[in-house]
Design a protein around this ligand. Structure first.
Ligand code: MD6
Ligand code: FE
Length: 226
């Protein structure tokens, strides 16, 4: 059950299962968790891998089926990449901008996503898609459900890098009240199971400068899409 106020419960329950990090776990839903700082020890491997993915598939702003240009710029890696255009939302094996397959998912991406899923009690997570979102100040993601994946059995693992953002985590109707959760550089959100279809979004990014990533927030979301 979600709590009705904005203060997630901090759990120590899994501390004994976290031999490699001391990250704090906050529970924000029955099967939803924020792993504070979980990605930090991985960044020396993660950031160079991210750079090579973005060289092969640069960020681009996509158009929604309704004809609006998204404020968030997107890229993908893995066997499937999420795209949107006037004809709808879908996963494709090729980058529509280059016609080439999406860049492969770097091993460090997959290993980190799996380690985070395990911390949240989702064993055997096999992501085949990583959507990469880039927010500059003012960019936002309105409330939505992630439901374009073929199976909803797998969780979603979402890594925040760079500038802080306010994440909205709601219910099963768009109009349900949502929690507001600050997500900082290195934090990971994992959710699935009974919470898999909760509405969520990101409030407009505030101005700022991050010492490592500059004037942006980058979010990696891993899914099993195919
Ligand atoms: C973001 N994230 O944090 C947007 N979706 O930039 C998402 O839309 C999202 O973080 C599903 C699961 C986790 C997420
Ligand atoms: Fe989403």
């Amino acid at each position: 059950m979600m709590r009705s106020n904005d203060t997630p419960i901090t759990l120590d329950l899994f501390a004994d299962q976290a031999p490699t990090t001391s990250s704090q776990i906050e529970q924000i839903g029955q099967q939803s968790f924020v792993l504070r700082g979980f990605a930090l020890p991985w960044l020396e491997r993660l950031l160079p891998a991210l750079e090579s993915v973005l060289q092969a598939a640069p960020f681009r702003q996509m158009v929604t089926p309704g004809g609006f240009t998204m404020s968030v710029a997107l890229s993908s890696c893995g066997a499937l990449g999420w795209t949107t255009d006037r004809s709808g939302y879908r996963y494709t094996a090729h980058d529509p901008q280059t016609g080439h397959p999406w860049p492969g998912m770097p091993a460090v991406f997959r290993e980190l996503a799996q380690a985070a899923a395990r911390q949240a009690q989702f064993e055997h997570f096999e992501p085949d898609s990583c959507l990469i979102n880039r927010y500059v100040p003012g960019a936002r993601m309105s409330l939505h459900q992630d439901k374009d994946e073929r199976s909803l059995a797998a969780p979603i693992v979402s890594i925040s890098l760079g500038l802080p953002a306010v994440f909205q985590f709601g219910g099963f109707e768009r109009s349900d009240k949502s929690l507001r959760i600050a997500l900082l550089h290195g934090d990971i959100v994992v959710w699935g199971g009974v919470d898999r279809l909760r509405y969520h979004g990101v409030l407009p990014l505030k101005e700022g400068h991050h010492r490592r990533l500059g004037t942006q927030r980058i979010n990696l979301t891993f899914r099993t899409a195919g």
